[in-house]
Design a protein around this ligand. Sequence first.
Ligand SMILES: NC(=O)c1ccc[n+]([C@@H]2O[C@H](COP(=O)([O-])OP(=O)(O)OC[C@H]3O[C@@H](n4cnc5c(N)ncnc54)[C@H](O)[C@@H]3O)[C@@H](O)[C@H]2O)c1
Length: 245
Amino acid sequence: MSDLKGKYAVVTGGARGIGAAVVKRFVAEGAAGVAIWDYDESAAKETAALYPGDRVLAIRCDVSDRENVKRCAEQTMEAFGRIDILVNNAGICRDALFVNMSEDQWDKVLRTNLNGTYYCTAEVVPGMIASGYGKIVNISSSAAHGNVGQANYSASKAAILGLTKTLARELAAKGITVNAVSPCFIETDMMNGIPETLSQTILRMIPMRRMGTTDELAGAVLFLAGDDSRFVTGIELPVNGGMFT
Ligand SMILES: NC(=O)c1ccc[n+]([C@@H]2O[C@H](COP(=O)([O-])OP(=O)(O)OC[C@H]3O[C@@H](n4cnc5c(N)ncnc54)[C@H](O)[C@@H]3O)[C@@H](O)[C@H]2O)c1
């Protein structure tokens, strides 16, 4: 499959984890350019340096800051001339039981995961409408359907599904598809903080008895970012080893 030939993409949170695997896959599938929008500038630069030439750009971006996102979009447009694909992947969690959750924990997660997705999407959609082509892939989570200790994260990821399904309908006739991928338990830094006993419990809950890899997640994103999915819009694609909650 090489249907990303000539395409320009933005991957938020592309410095590491799932985002970095998506960048790798997009480059391998022939994307003309990939911009990493990540607030960890040195990690973004390290990831971009893995690829020769100027094909992968590292741009310091805090997706929760609207003005910052605007500047990153301008910088990307100067370099690439257009953005065909947007992967809204940047995300954080600040877990606590709801009764113990601070307003700061709530705000930080909602501002990054939900507002960040909104700001980045709002910056790229007008250009996609003008060109009559666009692929937006939002990274939600199996936690969108509820998870103890993650009221903030779950609310942000469920809202992303609502945004995805609404934009899919509003933008379908403009040549733009909008879909979501919902991972559960992919081996990344986000999962590394989990205590050993909890990860053993998690493994017993996953029918495939293992966590997913970032490459497996990137494959699902590639399908929704490429032309093989041109008649697919508004879906939530679970990538979860059979673990439905
Ligand atoms: N790993 C999992 O099992 C899992 C499960 C479900 C959903 N997800 C979702 O997948 C996405 C990627 O997760 P991951 O596991 O690769 O996480 P990660 O922590 O390994 O990487 C996240 C990346 O996002 C960047 N980032 C965080 N806040 C940002 C901000 N405000 N602006 C710009 N960049 C920012 C970080 O610097 C980092 O490079 C997230 O949206 C996460 O919620 C992950």
